[in-house]
Design a protein around this ligand. Structure first.
Ligand code: SAM
Length: 269
């Protein structure tokens, strides 16, 4: 087979046997178009990778292999940037096939009911990097989130079920709870915490925190009760989609942006 076939982006499943093709790969690294593959080939020894299989699908031409049709039993780990419009279905396919994965998804997917439920059950979590907001194209060009042409790549996150170190790091909390600094919700039994770093170390009840909390979430330190919109409210207002309201002077004052309700595990030491 002509050497360029090994790495072409035609979309069919292609297997790269690292040992068998090592010399060829070293000689022709420039032929690899996909940055995922480039990285994995370059680090094959570090990660003890024996082979890499590449597949893709182009909906415009119908060429290639759909992720729905891949035989996952052959692979240990799935790494990709799947079509965002099918992100939930894609994650379902990975869980159905009991696969380990490291995939890019839109930042907003954190709050999708199905995705959040996996996060809450500790079946998947966010990978490293605060936010992915740019892409390097095959020709080396970097497309940033605010590029001059105005096309804006969506803010993204890594989603994974591979272990990450921050899940074992206890968040260092310095704030002591005090009524005047942490408003109560008007329609839920809990307090509003506007920044993750402000989580009080000594509050035993439910706390509403921004979704960015998940970038530091250690499941041994905190329990996730639910998304703000999911938890049972003591009072709902007409037309108000299960929003949490912060109380002020005994009245609903403001509805903060998307919150996650958590509580300390407060393990006895
Ligand atoms: C977010 S893009 C990622 C593109 C690629 N990682 C890159 O950097 O060029 C998602 C890709 O999934 C492809 N796609 C759409 N439907 C698919 C399907 N059912 N199975 C596999 N790939 C699909 C699209 O053609 C698109 O190229």
């Amino acid at each position: 087979m002509p050497s360029s076939d090994l790495f072409d982006s035609g979309g069919t499943v292609k297997k790269i046997d690292i040992k068998a093709s090592k010399r060829k790969i070293e000689k022709e690294l420039s032929l690899i178009k996909c940055n995922f593959v480039k990285f994995l080939v370059a680090h094959a020894d570090d990660y003890k990778i024996k082979s890499i299989s590449v597949s893709g699908f182009n909906p415009a031409t119908g060429k290639g292999v759909k992720f729905q049709d891949v035989d996952y039993s052959k692979y240990d780990l799935i790494i990709t940037n799947p079509p965002f419009s099918q992100f939930i279905e894609f994650i379902n396919v990975l869980f159905h096939n009991k696969k380990r994965f490291l995939v890019i998804g839109p930042l907003t997917a954190i709050t999708y009911k199905e995705i959040f439920s996996h996060i809450q059950k500790d079946e998947m979590w966010l990978g490293y990097a605060k936010q992915l907001s740019g892409f390097r194209l095959a020709d080396g060009q970097l497309v940033l989130s605010k590029n001059p042409e105005g096309s804006v790549p969506r803010a993204c996150k890594w989603y994974t079920n591979l272990d990450v170190s921050y899940r074992h790091d206890k968040m260092i909390l310095t704030e002591k709870f005090c009524e005047k600094d942490y408003p109560r919700y008007f329609n839920y039994n809990g307090i509003e915490v506007d920044k993750t770093v402000r989580i009080p170390y000594d509050f035993k009840g439910h706390m509403g925190v921004p979704v960015t909390f998940l970038t530091k979430y250690n499941p041994e330190q905190f329990e996730i009760i639910g998304k703000g919109v999911q938890v049972e409210k003591t009072k709902r207002f007409p037309g108000d989609k299960a929003t949490l309201w912060v109380e002020k002077n005994g009245k609903p004052h403001k509805a903060p942006f998307e919150r996650i309700i958590i509580k300390h595990r407060h393990k006895k030491t």
